[in-house]
Every structure is written in structure tokens, then in C-alpha cells.
Design a protein around this ligand. Sequence first.
Ligand code: NA7
Length: 570
Amino acid sequence: MGNSIDSSTDGSRQSSTQSTKQSTKKSSATGYSAGQNQPQYDALIIGAGVSGIYQLHKLLELGMSATVLEAGGGAGGTWYWNRYPGARFDSESYTYGYSFSKELLAEWDWSEHFAGQPETLRYLNHVVDRFDLRDHMQFDCRVKSSSFDDEKEFWTVCVDDGRTFTTRFLITAIGMLSAPTLPRYSGVDTFKGQSFHTCAWPHEPVDLKDKRVAVIGTGATGVQVISEIADKVGDLTVFQRRPNWCAPLHNSKIDAETQARIKASYDDIFERCRQTPGGFIHGPDRRRFEEVSEQDRLEFWEQLYRSPGFGVWFGNFRDVLVDENINAEYSRFIADKIRQRVNDPDLAEQLIPKDHGFGTRRVPLETRYFEAYNRDNVHLVDINKTPIESITETGIRTSDCDRGFDIIIYATGFDAVTGAFDRIEFTGSEGQKLSDKWLDGPITYLGLQTAGFPNLLTLAGPQAGSVTTNFPRGIEEAVDWATELMKYIQQHKYNRIETSAEAEAGWGVDVREAFNTSLLASTRSWFTGFNSNVAGHDKLRYLIYNGGALRYRERLTQVADHNYQGFHFK
Ligand code: NA7
């Protein structure tokens, strides 16, 4: 459990553990000392996931007084919450870990090419302890609201148990897929068996043996769950609204020799990730689709399909995600793979997406997902044909029948990217509410700040480059950049940083241009801001920057080199 602080807002009555930790930082690196008009902390970070952990480490290195408030009972963010069976990386483990410490890289052995959730959670906790971060984190602390005081120029943050904290800078590290959404069917609360959203999977083992299990949702999460539990349950019924283009993960154990090779080549691995648009080791093939003969193309695609990880999505010709006809060719190739793997031809057709092309939504990577449907105990219900009418006390009612279940698993996704912001009431300068400002979609500068909300940095927030990359790669760069910004602020003894509507307008144009050139823009998914379970999320919202990690990095560097162009300091 983390430290506790009482409800004092002037920082003068910290708990004993906290005051010991903070006493060395009474007069912090920013030159503030706690007092009536001074905040308790130089920086407060919301969230102890991949972003929050690293940002805390960097701020403590700077000598700032900083704390992390985390809603969960421990560190790990996504990897703390998502404990469902089958949860694992789709990025190669050794490209997902932090790159900032050579010692950390040398001492940590990933056991699989794509590690499972328990291992990742252990890793993140290892990082927290190795860098002495735990004492600066407070768990079971759900932030309810935060408001900026224009006179004092600091934020007051309120958590759900009534405590408040004050901080000069407020940094959100709240995740882009951390606000789970349940379907709006009637009766969700009435089901008498066990039911879980995948993101709220219990910490205690769930007994699946011989159980009648329903899974609603066939996104990246549903696909992992279904593949993992198909042979462990009595009966499994999958309720599918739209199929996704899934492709094999090809996971395997890392043997000692490979481990040594990985460790010896970390510099090259991370350099490779720096050079690809997605921050993965998989980058686009430089050739244009038309330059390659049909035979060479098919061989190349076979090879992509056989290779581990996201090569099948990001290692392709660039024009596959830009040109509809080329995309249709590739989609046909993948559809044939599905037909080869599913015994029943009608069932295969139901599992092949018809409403969007390959890669225009998040591609779930899978291990024997399609083969699961060849099992006698696995059934698919197409809820377009027979819609779910309600959840009953004993199961699920569709338009044609009632089905009884012991367990219902909601793999129904998240109110993506902005959902976590909407669940906290942010009140900025002159009483402006963030939820009002972002009602029709987020408005940001670089995805890192939003005008009218001084001293608030939205790490990995909407429209930040990190959101569309191999997450830790993008996030390390964002955190390093934010840390340099903090250093700049320290050096100049500034109290306030804010961006302008003008800077936001320019960034908004960049975000839209980068997005609209891709086929992703015309597909309904969380990338484009759609979520049928959230009122109003039924139109395109520009949640993500799709210009690629290289362009985003260039832009951040340019802004910093020009004295943080687009930001005003006071
Ligand atoms: P996703 O990718 O948003 O998938 C959610 C799935 O749940 C998807 O198949 C949805 O169907 C389905 N869904 C959502 N609401 C309903 C209702 N009301 N009824 C039936 N089916 C529903 O979330 P995931 O958790 O799988 O993945 C999120 C990210 O986590 C993923 O991109 C990775 O980066 C990790 P739809 O396709 O919308 O018709």
C-alpha cells in the first residue's frame, strides 16, 4: 500500500512516511518551498503504468518532489488490470521493455518472444523497486477531480476517499485504453452467474472447467481470451458483432542462446524501433506494390504470414494501408488463410470481415484462434442476424432463443483515449471544464497540452504520437521530452506553462492531414473514436496522431529547439 497524506492542502501536514521521503526535498529543485500559497508537490502524476513509472523516475532524478496517484492496488497500469486468460504482448517483449537503463536491460530475462501479462506485471514491479519508486506512489487512489487555481498557479487534485493534494504541475499518465465500457443491454446487472469485463478480471483464479461460458466481443482482447479458454471450458459461445482481421502471433520461448543474442543487440533493436513509423522492429517494405511481380508478392505475403508479430501488418508495402484496391488484394490473401484454417466453410465466411480491409482496424494477433472454431464445444453467434435483446438472470437472450451460461465475459473494449479524461473532472483556468472543451473530440497541442489548462501535461494523451506506436517506445520519448521541458522550467523558475488556441489549431491540421491519408480514417473503430456503448461516440473523432513516430519526434525536437514554440511561460 502506498503512503497516505491527510487532507491538508497546504502540504504542511504530511504523514510521517511521506514527510520522511519528502523532507530532503523541502526546498525543491524548482525553488518552491511548501507554504500557504505553495503546493505540496512540484509534480503529481496520475497513473502508475508504463508512462507514470518512467515519468516519476525522471522527475525524481531532476530533484523534483513528485508523487504518483494510482487507482489500482499496485503498479502496472494496463498490465495490472488486464489479467484475463491469454493477455499478452503483441510487440516483441524485448522491444516493449524500457530502454533507458543498460543495467535493467542486462538483468531482465524475458521468457517468451511475446510475454504474458503476469510476466509483464512482474517486470514493471521490478522496475518500480529497482529504481526506488514505490515509496513515491500511492495506490487505491482514484482521482475524481482536479482544478487549477489561477492565482496560486497550482492544481488541487481530489481523490475518491476525500483527500486532496496540491501540485504545481499535473501530469496525466492515465492510459489510452483504461476506461472499460460494458454493453448497454438491459439486464447486465441481473445476471446471477459470474461476469467480468476483461479489464476487471479478478485477482483470484476463475474456475472455468466444465463451465458454460459466453464471450461478447471479438477485438484484440476477445480473440486472446477465446483462443486461450476454448479447450479449458465446458462450452464456449462467442457473440460476434463484427469479425476482425486476425493473424498468427507465432509466439515461442526464448532459449539461452537467443537471450544472449538479444541482450547483445539491444542497441540495434532500439535503433531499429526508432527508425520505423510504429516504433516496432517491423517497418514497411520500401517497394511499391506495383513494382513486385504477383509471384514475388505472394511469396512475400506468405513469409509475412509465417513471421512472428506485427510484420503481417506493418512489414507490408506502404500502399496496402493507403490504396483501397491494393488493400483488397491483401485482404483476399488473408481471407483465404482463414478459409484454410476453419473446417466449416459457412463459419469461415462469418469470421472473415466484409466491412473493412485488413489493417484498417487494430489487427488482433492470435494463437490458434480460428482453429478454436473447429472444436465441438465452441459456437459462434452472429448478433447481426440474431441480436442480443437482453442479459437475463441465467444467460443471454437473443432474438431467436435464450442461452444459459455460468460465466459471461465482456470483451467489449474501452472508451478509448479520451475516456479516462472524461472520468476525471478537470477544471482549468477561469473554471473551464475539459469535458466541455473536448465534447466533440480532443483539441490539443502535440497531444501534450490543451489551452486553458495551464501546467497540465497529458502524457500519451489524445493526439500524442505515442498512442499509435509500440507504446513504451513512444512513451519513453514523450517522457524524455517532458522531462527536458521541466528542466527548462526549473532553470527559468517559471510557475506556469500553457499553450494557445493558435498552436492547437496548427496541430489539429497536422493530425487531420496525417489521419485522412490512411484507410484507417474511413473505418469505425476505437482508432476513429467510435464506441456504441458511449452516448455521442457515433462519429469520427480525431483521437490519434497517425503521422508516425519519426515525424512526431522531429516535431517535438523542433519545438524544443525553438524555446518550446507554441507554449507560453510565466
Ligand atoms: P475493441 O478492439 O474495441 O473490441 C471490442 C469488441 O467488442 C469488438 O468486437 C466490438 O464489436 C465488441 N462490442 C463492443 N460493444 C459491443 C456490444 N454492445 N455488443 C456486442 N459486441 C460489442 O477492444 P479490445 O479490448 O478487444 O481491444 C482494445 C485494445 O486493447 C486493442 O486495440 C489492443 O491495442 C489492446 P465491433 O467490432 O465494435 O462491432
